[in-house]
Write a protein that binds this ligand. Structure first.
Ligand SMILES: [Fe+2]
Ligand SMILES: [Fe+2]
Length: 325
């Protein structure tokens, strides 16, 4: 796996130190007052009670299935524990990606208020790396990064403009992170993990706000050609994320959702087939979590003006959006 990524995005100095953006100034103040410490603000003395139920099985499509209850208690335990470790490992790797990307934003965003705010986010992401690493160590189980996640983070790190980095990290990755943490607040059954996710989600909400404030001002000012290139970059990012585009730096499924199942001795193809059959005969409850794209990502992309009439048909064709009525 590639560990070195070339960065050609220019670093910008700015000597106008006076802020001209009250919204970003407020966000910077909020970031300074809401800092927390992984070592002292979380009670780490609590043991993880049962690693198979860190994430409630009632909220998991597999955990609710008849197929799952037909498995032995030992296999059920292993599947749930592996899936939790897999999900939390992706959070850890994603947090490192956010740390690296946000460090680049300090250099590349043009205004001083943006640089100061991004500096607070660098500390936030460092804390998130620390907290998920510490929790996974307690769990004593972890997984490598998935190909899709590594590829999209590399595409953002290699992006040539600050606007692309801001779209990729602050809108796309942060919206998905925000949605994932909100979902995890419901699914986390371990009190220690719930505390971690509550504190982390509070930081992530600021990070999305930074992206929205910065790009809402920037995108309307961009020349038509540059704006179209930014829209194309965003759509490419989505396709990379779902494994439909990008080069083969890391195969999209090098380590995917199936690995936790394989590690528990199950055949992922068989599991998918059984679950699909069960879903058809017994549709999931309406309260089941909605996809992250539809609830968090696409609305934020629309808010900053990334889905123009020119590009919308491509979103519809790819199934990221429903056709306009
Ligand atoms: Fe984070
Ligand atoms: Fe973040």
């Amino acid at each position: 796996m590639k560990l070195i990524v070339e960065n050609t995005c220019p670093t910008q100095w700015r000597f106008e130190y006076e802020s001209t953006d009250p919204e970003l100034e407020n966000l910077y103040e909020l970031a300074k007052t809401n800092q927390w410490n992984v070592s002292t603000d979380i009670n780490w003395d609590r043991p993880i009670q049962d690693d198979c139920d860190i994430l409630a099985r009632s909220e998991n499509a597999l955990g609710r299935s008849k197929f799952f209850t037909s498995l032995s208690k030992e296999v059920q335990h292993e599947v749930m524990a592996n899936q939790a470790a897999f999900t939390l490992s992706q959070f850890l790797h994603g947090e490192q990606g956010a740390l690296l990307c946000c460090g680049e934003l300090v250099n590349s965003v043009p205004d001083v208020e943006g640089k100061l705010y991004a500096a607070t986010q660098v500390m936030d992401e460092a804390r998130h790396v620390e907290v998920f690493h510490k929790y996974l160590k307690k769990l004593d189980k972890s997984y490598p990064i998935t190909g899709g996640l590594k590829n999209v983070l590399d595409a953002i790190l290699e992006a040539e403009t600050w606007q692309q980095k801001c779209v990729g990290m602050q809108i796309m990755v942060e919206s998905i992170a925000m949605g994932s943490f909100k979902n995890m607040l419901v699914t986390a059954a371990d009190p220690l993990l719930k505390d971690i996710v509550t504190l982390t989600a509070r930081d992530e909400a600021r990070h999305v706000a930074f992206g929205i404030i910065s790009l809402q001002h920037e995108i309307p000012k961009m020349p038509e050609e540059e704006r179209a290139a930014l829209e194309d970059f965003a759509l490419l990012g989505l396709n990379i994320l779902v494994g439909r585009a990008g080069d083969a730096r890391v195969p999209g499924r090098s380590v995917g959702f199936e690995q936790p199942l394989i590690d528990a001795g199950l055949d992922p193809k068989e599991v998918v087939a059984v679950l699909t059959e069960e879903r058809q005969s017994n549709p999931p409850p309406k309260t089941e979590q909605q996809p992250l794209f539809q609830h968090y990502l696409i609305p934020n992309m629309q808010r900053v003006g990334l889905i123009s009439d020119r590009i919308r048909p491509q979103y519809e064709e790819a199934g990221f959006m429903a056709p306009a009525a």
